[in-house]
Each structure stands twice: as structure tokens, then as C-alpha cells.
Design a binder for this molecule. Sequence first.
Ligand SMILES: Nc1ncnc2c1ncn2[C@@H]1O[C@H](COP(=O)(O)OP(=O)(O)O)[C@@H](O)[C@H]1O
Ligand SMILES: [Mg+2]
Length: 279
Amino acid sequence: MARRKKLYEGKAKIIYKGPEPNTVIQYFKDDATAFNAQKKGSIAGKGVLNNRISSHIFQRLNEIGIPTHFLKRINMREQLVRHVEIVPIEVIVRNIAAGSMAKRLGIEEGTPLARSIVEFCYKSDELGDPLINDDHAVTLGWATEDELDQMVVMALRINDFLSGMFAGIGIRLVDFKLEFGRVFEEDQEFLILADEISPDTCRFWDMETGKKLDKDRFRRDLGGVADAYQEVARRLGILNANDSVKQEGSVTQEGGIAQEGGIAQEGGGKKEPRLGAAE
Ligand SMILES: Nc1ncnc2c1ncn2[C@@H]1O[C@H](COP(=O)(O)OP(=O)(O)O)[C@@H](O)[C@H]1O
Ligand SMILES: [Mg+2]
């Protein structure tokens, strides 16, 4: 295979030039970072699971008319997406107080919120993604008033849809982060959902036990990170219950990940985790 041109390497993904104009390939790594990259690690199989989970969610969102960058999943770790100009704002939706909001405002984690809260953060690793408001975003030129409105409307619709979808599989959608990007068509500019939606970017709590099924397991050294991500995939029906296979030769591996039928393993002789049933 011809070597792809790397456009950007982030903390969890690599962006390569796509095969067609206005497309890029998102490659999902096993790397994990937390607390503004002060904490680093690798979770064997995470990239495969996030690629699968995010593809599934973006496909569902496309189906209900939310415009997204997602075109198709190409293989275990890669998806073809539309190239966008990322709006440098992270849009966070919260249904239950947790994480930075609970800490910042001195609210006990787990407190339900009477209505969903949408927050904006400026996407800057150097500054630690600081919380901003509409005035900062518009005045500093990161987004227009109209773009902020569009992002809030889409974020809340995504929240309604995903909250229901996850409730149906016994998972509480506590909060999540979205990124949007600009696309240009016939002199018209509009926003579509970009990046990923996965246990790296959401808080998922089991509805019965409260068990965390997301990146907080990594942030807080709770262990069983890959198992938790795999549990999310399994409940979404994109993994066979009996498909869990312990991966060999990986010290950092925390759980078996089922193998995807029919899709060739990527080179290097490295054994990829296994994924099961089709969506
Ligand atoms: N469709 C897209 N087109 C261009 N860039 C994208 C697209 N989707 C996501 N991105 C960007 O690619 C990067 C993905 O890699 P990631 O490891 O998440 O980076 P980061 O460390 O910046 O969070 C992010 O910076 C994200 O904003
Ligand atoms: Mg990211």
C-alpha cells in the first residue's frame, strides 16, 4: 500500500490525506492521555473499539439527519471522513454533574442536572482547553454567533438521541464532548459534526451499578479500561458476547477484544484485537 501523507497526529488519532478530494482518513491509535497530556498510556485495542463505536454512532446520527463528517469505516482502525476546518471549540453537553464541572463548582459528582448544560471550551492543549463563553468565541474570532447557535442546536439534538440510545442498553450518558467543522459547498459554508464519539469522549455509567464504562477508568486508575470499552461495544450490538478473546503478547492488554470477521489485519504482523458481529 502506498504510504499515506500524514496531515496531523493528535493524542488519540492520526489524520491522513484521503483518497478523494475533501476527504481524510482518521486512524485510531491505542494511545491514551489525560489531564492535558500529563498522564500518558496505551490501552491495547482501544483504537479498534473506538473506531467501531464511533462509526456506529456517527452512522446512526447521519441516519437521523444530523450532518456529520463520517463516510465509512475502512478497516479495524481507520475511517474515511470529510475533510473539515475544525472549529477550535469543544462543545460539552452535561446531563449529570461530573468531572471538571463537579470540581469547579463544588457539586457532588453524580448530581442530576434539571436541564442539560452546554459548555464551550477553547481547543488549546497549551492552555488546557479553558472554559469560554459566547462572547470569547465571537470576539476572538473562533466562531460566529450563528455557528454557536447551530452547534448548540445540534449538540442538544445529539444529546436527546444518544441519551435514549444508551438508556436502551442500560447506560447513562452523563456528559460528552463534540467537535464541529466547516465545509464549503458552492460558496455556502456550513457546520457538520466531526472528530469522534466514543468512551474517550463521553462519560458512560452503568444504570444499575453505576460502574464507569469510559475513559475515567484510565484517568482515575480504576483498571479494566479495555474491558469497559468492550462492554459498551457489546451492548451496542457491534460485538458478539462469546467473541471475547484474550489477546496474546501484550503486557498492557487488559481484556480480550473480539475479532472482526473477514477484514484483513493490518501489516506489521501485530495481532489486532477481534471484533464480532456486524452492526
Ligand atoms: N473531519 C476532520 N477533518 C479535519 N480534522 C479533523 C476531522 N475530524 C477531527 N479532526 C481533528 O483531528 C484531530 C484528531 O486527533 P486527536 O488525536 O483527537 O487530536 P487532539 O490531540 O488534537 O485531540 C483533532 O485535532 C480533531 O480536531
Ligand atoms: Mg481529540
